[in-house]
Design a protein around this ligand. Structure first.
Ligand code: NDP
Length: 293
């Protein structure tokens, strides 16, 4: 078994992003700028946004954080998005999910200008992705692609089974892995909670992408000898022994699955770190007007 090490790869890629950000500063006199909106005080969301902001600083980007109480109205939030859309100084805008129940996430996603949609959730970017046109690829699938690329994992003609069909991970991942591109050219099966014979389907996979949200759901008896295993899951549990007061678990039972896998991502230290790189890459591309001139 070999580790697909998110720490090593994300640090390497962030050095390149920092260099490109510095070049941009010397050529056009400004840094890439990411704005984030955080609603409420969900522990996970706080951690993710703090990490995104910290990483912006690390690669020399400007960042802005707009915080709202959980009682903010949908109208107030949409107005703020409109304001940031019209701010020429901002290149990328993300609204951290999940949102309180009284706010429609679809309205929020569609309100963000597709030109600043560095999370890659806007229907226009998703549509362009399906057609293999330049677009902002959703940050987590983008991070997975970069991981596969950096380790030169051969995907051509492989069978790829994705467990979980969310709009932000599983569904876009299924499109990306089946595209005539590199990485890509897999034969993809997208599975979900209604899938029958899930165990047998996952067992047939050369590449497994687990994005379910259930601790250690993928067990050793579901994994073929030599499979590549990508664990997207981040399941937080309270812990008395960690400094943070919680511990993270993947969707894959790492200790039992690792001996069978050819390559595997750890949690933490895997795709979570690569997602941030995906976001930074999209923000840099936006600042350079690479996708929408
Ligand atoms: P969602 O909750 O939106 O989707 C979960 C998916 O898993 C659904 O498609 C659901 O099926 C499927 N599922 C649930 N139970 C089963 C089951 N028993 N058998 C088969 N499929 C099942 O999750 P997300 O994609 O948003 O997130 C998944 C995990 O990834 C979470 O742990 C999340 O925290 C993590 N995550 C990590 C990121 C990172 O940066 N590493 C980024 C985003 C998410 P159905 O559609 O039928 O309900």
């Amino acid at each position: 078994m070999q580790l697909l090490d998110g720490k090593v790869i994300s640090e390497r890629l962030k050095v390149r992003i920092a260099e490109e950000s510095a070049q941009l500063l010397s050529s056009i006199g400004r840094k890439p700028h990411l704005a984030a909106i955080l609603v409420g005080n969900d522990g996970g969301s706080e951690t993710y946004v703090a990490s995104k902001i910290k990483n912006c600083e690390k690669v020399g980007f400007t960042s802005s954080l707009f915080r709202y109480d959980g009682s903010v109205t949908e109208r107030e939030l949409l107005d703020k998005i409109e304001e940031v859309n019209n701010d020429d100084d901002v290149d990328g805008l993300i609204v951290q999910l999940p949102l309180p129940k009284h706010i429609d996430p679809e309205k929020v996603t569609e309100k963000i200008s597709y030109k600043k949609d560095v999370d890659g959730f806007h229907p226009l970017n998703l549509g362009r992705m399906v057609r293999n046109l330049p677009c902002f690829i959703p940050a987590t699938p983008y991070g997975i692609l970069m991981m596969l690329e950096e380790y030169q994992i051969d995907t051509v003609g492989k069978s790829c089974v994705i467990v979980g069909r969310s709009n932000i991970v599983g569904s876009p991942m299924s499109i990306l892995m089946s595209r005539n591109d590199c990485p890509g050219n897999c034969t993809v099966t997208l599975t979900h909670s209604k899938t029958k014979n899930l165990k047998d389907i996952v067992l047939s996979a050369d590449i497994i992408v687990a994005a379910i949200g259930r601790k250690h759901f993928i067990t050793a008896d579901m994994v073929k000898e030599g499979a590549v295993v990508i664990d997207v899951g981040i399941n937080r549990e309270a812990s008395a022994v960690t400094k943070s007061g919680f511990k993270l678990y993947g969707d894959v039972d790492f200790d039992m699955v690792a001996p069978k896998a050819s390559w595997i991502t750890p949690v933490p230290g895997g795709i979570g770190l690569m997602t941030i790189v995906g976001l930074l890459k999209n923000t840099l591309a936006s600042a350079r007007r690479d996708i929408y001139p």
